[in-house]
Write a new protein. Structure first.
Length: 617
């Protein structure tokens, strides 16, 4: 086993190093759900003459349709209504397919059988509404005036997570105007609805809207003044957060909405802000063998930080390779972002996900970047100030409950669960999560040198203990899903000194052992986050197998029969090239947005195999 593991490490390392760019960074495809492909197709076809890129995107999109006529978000999903609506709409609008094509007829049959656009996700309804194929009041309901409510009020625009706000600002503008784009060739999707009534809002959503309207009535000023002030403030909220490449927060989705929102504010489509945004979005395109894929946000910083850390681990350490350091240092943040509202005394120092991101750092990228810098601190003293600045930012982001959020501290207002939009409880809030808390804890104790009795460590451990599921697992917010959360929590608990016999650790280990597949690996379905319980995939995936093994290795610090079996399975999986190696193991929004990180099949097996070999040195 040692020889096979060592050989795999050499092969992975060689393959990874061959991908390094001249400036030291690594850039793999961030392959997400097809909604971004659709958004880019519609945008380019509506506002440019870039037929070649549109055709490439459409070719790949068409190749993802299943024989039955539907599109899905992951392998074991038997059709996704929203994805099928969006894909068929884009292919018809561009003329890639005509309405009488069997592929479209099959798609229409599936759409009707699932209830039509009325049963689709809110984001799909908004896409259709922009193109005049859905009514705005039923696509989104909040008034623009919410931006005027002060942050100190029981509810305000700034209670929403940063990710939600940057999407809501343009959506509020679009919904308010009932914006409809008028372009030739827009396909008719109204006829796909069945005769069911449009679903009304539930009572709690209605109560939320009533509460907002009551607060608006208390604002000083005439109704007309308030209305135009709200629209202008939303417009400036977007403009103030445009990155140098022209994108809004470096996200495809928010930038696309911004372009339409600016049109609703009477910007012409030739306006420089809109043209720069479209140019910036083109840098998110990633060429795959089937055609272009539109990444929601390129993952260069994330990939570079994780790979640099993985390469620096012994044995076969590449700790002497400093090529990636200038790239990481260049992309540390020095601007104040929205996060400062919850931490007004905290200085910038975090990292974001992509190269163009300079104002929207996140905890995961920051701890990953700091772990990448850690091995070089002694040999490169100049790194110390960068490291200290980043570490302070991480410590300052810890929530009062002891856990860590993704972007901002204290974004947990429970009222926002009732925003009339699908997935609001996940998108609108930024609470402490097991994956972020566990990984941060591991970094602090393993790399930053914090001791188990440090107040921040004790609080984080307490949070993890209190949020363990009854079966021993933890829910992972940003990955799939219970394996992901349990991996992060267990590695954090182990790093903080919790022994294998600790009740919380023991319970989690027993859960991981209980879900090990017959082949020795691990695999979890994307359906888990929708059902709120672990659902086996039925096969093993490299990243999930590596996560489970990393957790077990962290706890036991020795070989066991089930760890050996898992390593054997992982080595076998690395030789495969079937759908299981391309199954999404990253998550954005349950049931709507999943991610296949093309870097993960290299990064996590490399980390795990190295740790496995270290036990025998």
């Amino acid at each position: 086993m040692n020889e096979a593991a060592a050989k795999a490490i050499v092969e992975i390392t060689s393959a990874v190093l061959s991908e390094q760019a001249g400036d030291g960074h690594y850039s793999y495809c961030f392959e997400n759900s097809l909604s971004t492909d659709v958004s880019m197709i519609l945008l380019l076809h509506s506002f440019t003459k870039d037929v070649s890129t549109v055709n490439s995107l459409c070719t790949r999109l068409a190749s993802l349709q299943q024989e039955e006529g539907w599109w899905s978000l992951y392998h074991d999903e038997e059709g996704n209504l929203s994805a099928t609506i969006e894909a068929s709409f884009a292919l018809l609008y561009t003329g890639f397919y005509k309405k009488d094509r069997p592929e479209i007829q099959k798609a229409f049959h599936f759409i009707r059988s699932q209830g039509g656009p009325r049963s689709a996700h809110s984001m799909t309804k908004m896409m259709l509404a922009i193109y005049g194929e859905y009514d705005w009041p039923y696509a989104f309901h909040l008034p623009v005036h919410i931006i005027l409510l002060p942050p100190a009020s029981p509810l305000s625009f700034y209670d929403f997570s940063s990710y939600a706000r940057v999407h809501m600002a343009p959506i509020l503008l679009l919904s308010d105007k009932g914006f409809r784009l008028s372009k030739p060739g827009i396909p008719d999707f109204h006829t796909l609805n069945n005769r069911m009534e449009e679903k009304g809002m539930n009572q709690r959503s209605l109560s939320l809207l009533s509460h907002i309207k009551r607060k608006i009535l208390n604002l000083a000023g005439t109704p007309e003044q308030l209305y135009w002030t709200a629209r202008k403030r939303l417009e400036y909220y977007m403009l103030d957060r445009i990155e140098q490449d022209g994108t809004l927060y470096s996200y495809t989705s928010s930038t696309v909405y911004m372009i339409y929102a600016l049109l609703s504010c009477d910007y012409h489509e030739s306006h420089p802000v809109i043209q720069r945004a479209i140019s910036g979005l083109k840098t998110h395109l990633f060429p795959l063998k089937e055609g272009y894929h539109m990444q929601n946000s390129p993952s260069a910083v994330w990939d570079t930080a994780l790979i640099t850390h993985a390469l620096s681990l012994p044995p076969s350490s590449k700790a002497g390779d400093t090529k990636a350091l200038p790239f990481l240092l260049k992309h540390q943040h020095y601007k104040y972002g929205d996060w400062v509202m919850g931490t007004p005394t905290l200085r910038p120092g975090g990292w974001g996900f992509s190269k163009s991101n300079s104002i929207h750092p996140d905890l995961d990228d920051t701890t990953a970047s700091l772990r990448a810098l850690s091995p070089f601190l002694r040999s490169h003293p100049s790194l110390t100030s960068h490291y200290t600045r980043g570490l302070n930012w991480v410590m300052g982001l810890q929530n009062e409950d002891g856990g860590w959020p993704a972007f901002e501290k204290g974004k947990t207002n429970p009222i926002l669960r009732y925003v009339p939009m699908d997935g609001a409880e996940h998108a609108a809030l930024d609470p402490s999560t097991a994956d972020l808390t566990g990984r941060t804890l591991e970094f602090l104790c393993t790399d930053a040198g914090l001791k188990p009795d440090h107040p921040s460590v004790r609080k984080a451990v307490r949070w993890l203990i209190n949020h363990q599921e009854k079966d021993g697992s933890w829910y992972g917010r940003w990955g799939v899903c219970y394996i992901y959360g349990t991996w992060a929590a267990l590695t954090g608990m182990a790093a903080s000194g919790k022994a294998p016999g600790h009740p919380t650790v023991l319970k989690a280990v027993e859960w991981l052992k209980s879900i090990q597949n017959h082949d020795g690996g691990w695999g979890e379905s994307c359906r888990s986050d929708q059902k709120g319980t672990y659902i086996p995939l039925g096969t093993s995936t490299p990243s999930q197998t590596a996560w489970a093994l990393d957790a077990l290795l962290s706890v036991y610090q020795k070989r066991t029969p089930f760890i050996d079996k898992g390593i054997s399975s992982l080595l076998h999986q690395l030789k495969n090239n079937d759908w299981s190696t391309r199954y999404p193991t990253g998550a954005g929004l349950p049931g709507n947005f999943y991610i296949h990180y093309h870097s993960y099949n290299a990064i996590w097996p490399l980390v795990t195999l190295k740790k496995y070999l270290m036990l025998n040195e």
